[in-house]
Design a protein around this ligand. Structure first.
Ligand code: PMP
Ligand code: GLN
Length: 387
């Protein structure tokens, strides 16, 4: 008998682990799991190395070292015009993942409901289950213009007397959708109307190619009810560092902090000064990073289109989704398991991120955070599918 608690039994090995192992086993180009194949800014790595060799190897301060909390506050002000007190309104976490888990575990009683958009990032479902809460998904579907949108009626219908919070990810993984100001205003309006909290996952805040990133916390009535989460992993190409943070009113940040204390207590001591340094890099770093990823997006979108997929070009993130139907595919999981054999490339089936599996049955996701020569090789291999 499986000794795992019942609420975790639906969760096996993550699709990212499965697909990265498949890539290693088959020697395929891994466009599955989203991690860059180059390091982040050299000066950031230097600060980390210096910290390792200068005595920053013990427990850092509980809520995060003051220099990092100050840098997070300055970054929030500079980019999003949001003010947070570094002493009471910011906590450093073990990646965005821990911040999300701690927020949900800290706010939800068993049976409380969490409104989220599907496809959802896989840790959301697990954290909601760990809390004994219930997810209320709202489905994103690609429209005729290739943009993913949702039915406002489904969004409104997802709110009810047990709703505790809305979990919103924009720019959105895996669809690449950047929620528009009107869509965000609709979400904000419902949060205020139902007097519920929002937890926002903004790890791709600097990767927007079309439109603009607008934190939900900036909408009327939202600052006081929103826990805004981000991390260094994506912005500074250091996904293995797991340095994240949560910002919000003191009373909400305190819930994250109190739970976080008993998940990891503290994390990433010598890496925290390095992330503080990186957050203060000139604006040209952030725009240069985005422009680099935009060129990679264009390369992969063109290659996938050429290979015969129906492609939904992303407005943000470093992922692109595509429909496999024109290539004879009827199921993304089967398609992705066979893809290394067929052409030596690994992708991720997005159906595993839906409760409504049919909505994502034929969709797969490719990551483009790779060196241009790797993307070119992948595109050339994918070209065999059209032949
Ligand atoms: N949320 C989303 C939408 C992600 O794509 C990821 C992966 N970076 C995370 C959260 C997890 O972030 P971290 O690695 O900082 O825990
Ligand atoms: N965030 C990355 C992705 O979506 C990987 C996360 C993970 O492996 N858990 O691909």
């Amino acid at each position: 008998m499986d000794p795992l608690v019942a609420r975790m039994r639906p969760f096996g090995t993550t699709i990212f682990t499965e697909m990265s192992a498949l890539a290693v086993r088959t020697g395929a180009v891994n466009l599955g799991q989203g991690f860059p194949d180059t390091d982040g800014p050299a000066s950031m790595l230097d600060v980390a190395a210096e910290a390792l060799h200068s005595g920053h190897n013990q427990y850092p301060s509980g809520p995060g070292i003051p220099a990092l909390r100050a840098a997070i506050a300055a970054h929030q002000r500079a980019y999003w015009q949001l003010e947070y007190d570094p002493d009471t309104e910011i906590v450093v976490t073990a990646g965005a993942t821990e911040a999300i888990a701690a927020a949900i575990l800290g706010l939800c009683e068993p049976g409380d409901e969490v409104v989220c958009f599907e496809p959802y990032y896989d840790s959301y479902a697990a954290s909601i289950a760990l809390a004994g809460a219930v997810r209320r998904p709202v489905t994103l579907r690609p429209g005729p213009d290739g943009r993913y949108t949702f039915d406002p009626g489904q969004l409104r219908g997802a709110f009810g007397p047990r709703t505790r919070l809305v979990l919103l990810n924009s720019p959105h993984n895996p669809t690449g959708k950047v929620f528009t100001p009107a869509e965000l205003a609709a979400v904000a309006g419902l949060c205020v109307e139902h007097d519920v909290y929002a937890v926002t996952d903004e790890v791709y805040e600097h990767l927007v190619f079309a439109g603009e990133h607008r934190p939900l916390a900036g909408f009327p009535g939202m600052r006081e009810r929103t826990i805004q989460i981000s991390s260094a992993g994506k912005t500074f190409s250091c996904t293995g560092w797991k340095v994240g943070w949560a910002c919000g009113p003191a009373v909400l940040v305190s819930t994250v902090f109190r739970v976080k204390q008993f998940l990891t207590f503290v994390n990433a001591g010598p890496l925290q000064p390095a992330v503080a340094h990186a957050l203060a890099l000139p604006a040209s770093y952030f725009s240069g990073f985005r422009d680099d990823l935009r060129a990679k997006r264009d390369l992969l979108v063109a290659g996938l289109t050429e290979a015969g997929f129906v492609v939904y070009p992303p407005e943000g993130t470093y992922f692109v989704t595509a429909d496999i139907t024109p290539l004879g595919g009827t199921d993304g999981v089967t398609f992705c398991r066979e893809l290394p054999e067929r052409c030596g490339v690994v992708a991720v089936p997005t159906q595993v991120f839906y409760d409504d599996v049919e909505a994502g049955r034929r969709l797969v996701r490719f990551a483009f955070c790779k060196r241009p020569e790797v993307l070119t090789e992948a595109v050339s291999r994918l070209g065999k599918l059209a032949a």
